[in-house]
Design a protein around this ligand. Structure first.
Ligand code: SF4
Length: 325
């Protein structure tokens, strides 16, 4: 039997076997806001890379986001998810318009790789006509450490080494949740505190950050008067947009490293294929429960009583082609 794995499933398997076994058949019904934001942005960038109109792509992304945010909903307990949705939709409206101003190569889903006679690696990145791979990621203040972590992940290193192709990693500084709001540099401009009705700006004429007498003005707080085209034009022309996107070339390592990666992936794939079905037979990997963010399965693992996932309203059966963002 041929077994298919990808960067997402392999990462889950290696972080916690329970998590992998649960995710193989079920996904949490509600979406983490940042995962949904990344999914909608990637879909829009794929469209505009292939010639779609930016405003239409942004409108589609907004509709897709709000539809999911409404039902099944966002997993962000104790906060106003309607407000978070408004904040994130404003971010998408600006980011998609600004990315459409870049020179984007037409892309398609990269080919899957037959790693051995019984193992297929499903690539999750895109590929342009020259063969170069592309992956877009959305991070909060992406410094060297975060970019290196991303580069070492199966999503980047795995797709590169199994495909034997280089990649351009596109990194977007997207912002973060803060006190129940999603604050992003894409939707935060500045106005003079003593003249609040004058023009907003993102950088000084000399390209410096605006501080001191400058107060923040948030796009999603501009109610029905928000002009996304003007906002995107200004953040682009003042040079702020270019500071928020990095395009990082990542080479393919030597063939010996790629061959060794093939061997590791095949070994892991065989263990994943043979994984037992009962998720709670695997020991908890507590080091992963709160790594970066709380694992969505804590409701299961930390429950006092055994939980039957199939009858839990918190989960839905996974579609065979669905991958968490
Ligand atoms: S809550 Fe912890 S033990 Fe349970 S699946 Fe998540 S990481 Fe694994």
């Amino acid at each position: 039997m041929v077994f298919t794995l990808d960067a997402s499933s392999l990462s889950q398997w290696q972080s916690c076997k329970r998590k992998y076994v649960i995710n193989r058949d079920y996904v949490p019904r509600k979406w983490r806001p940042k995962n949904l934001l990344a999914k909608c942005l990637r879909e829009a960038i794929f469209q505009i890379s292939n010639g779609a109109d930016a405003v239409k792509a942004a409108d589609d992304a907004r509709v897709a986001f709000l539809r999911i945010a409404n039902e099944p909903g966002l997993d962000y307990p104790d906060y106003d998810t309607y407000q978070i949705s408004k904040d994130m939709c404003a971010v998408m409206d600006v980011v998609i318009r600004c990315i459409s101003k870049l020179v984007l190569l037409a892309v398609e889903e990269a080919d899957d790789i037959m790693v051995s006679g019984d193992v297929i690696w499903k690539t999750l990145c895109w590929q342009d006509e020259s063969g170069l791979l592309h992956r877009w990621v959305f991070l909060d203040k992406p410094d060297n450490d975060k970019i290196i972590t991303e580069g070492h992940s199966w999503y980047v290193a795995g797709d590169i080494m199994l495909s034997r192709l280089p990649m351009t990693l596109h990194v977007v500084d997207i912002g973060r949740m803060r006190q129940g709001r999603f604050r992003s540099p894409w939707t935060t401009a500045y106005v003079l505190s003593m003249l609040p009705n004058t023009d907003y700006h993102f950088l000084s004429p000399r390209g410096e950050e605006l501080k001191g007498k400058w107060n923040p003005k948030y796009l999603s707080d501009q109610a029905a008067y928000a002009d996304y085209d003007e906002w995107a034009d200004r953040i682009h022309h003042e040079g702020m947009a270019m500071r928020l996107i990095q395009h990082i070339p990542v080479k393919c390592p030597e063939i010996s490293a790629c061959n060794e990666t093939d061997r590791m992936v095949v070994n892991e794939a065989h263990d994943m294929r043979d994984a037992i079905l009962a998720w709670n037979k695997y020991p908890m990997n507590r080091g992963s429960c709160d790594l970066y963010s709380a694992c969505p399965h804590q409701n299961l693992c930390y429950s006092v009583l055994p939980v039957n996932i199939a009858s839990s309203s918190l989960y839905i059966p996974r579609k065979t082609d669905s991958v968490l963002a």
